[in-house]
Design a protein around this ligand. Sequence first.
Ligand SMILES: [Zn+2]
Length: 186
Amino acid sequence: MRVFINPGHALGGNPDPGCVNPAIHLRECDLAITYGSLCGKYLEAAGCEVSLLQSHNLAGESPGYPCVVEAANAWEADVFVSIHVNAGGGRGPETYCYSKEGAGGRLAGCIQNQLLWGLCPYDRGYIDRGVKAHPSFCVLRNTNMPAVLVEVGFIDSDDVGVLTLHGDEIARALARGVTDYWQRSS
Ligand SMILES: [Zn+2]
């Protein structure tokens, strides 16, 4: 299986770090690349091929940067996983797909379940925000393969404990979600 991982926002945070929690110097771009890189290592250990790209250009809007959806489509990935962190003070993960009915919806369900199963033991407040269809997200609309966008948790709530102390568990959960999906669809 070929897994394309897209940690959200710009590599190194320039020009777009994503959401930030300035009080504790936490940036979404840094959390996303940490989880994405580790997740890729676990997937490779499980026998997957992995391609990882964090870029300020998702679908051609910033031509000075490599284009994420073009890279995923040209590489002919079997699944696409974009990793993000939320802001706004809520709790828990949510996973977006193009349509809940399709393969992307099943992939989203597997990842959401593994995040909850893997992280709830550390924090009972890390609650299920669910799988949600969001067909207008450009990485979901413009990729040719089952694709999800995961919001792992909130950078500005008590989720910070999970996000900063349990990054390895988050990466493992994301990887298990992908392999669960693959086992169920093959
Ligand atoms: Zn984001």
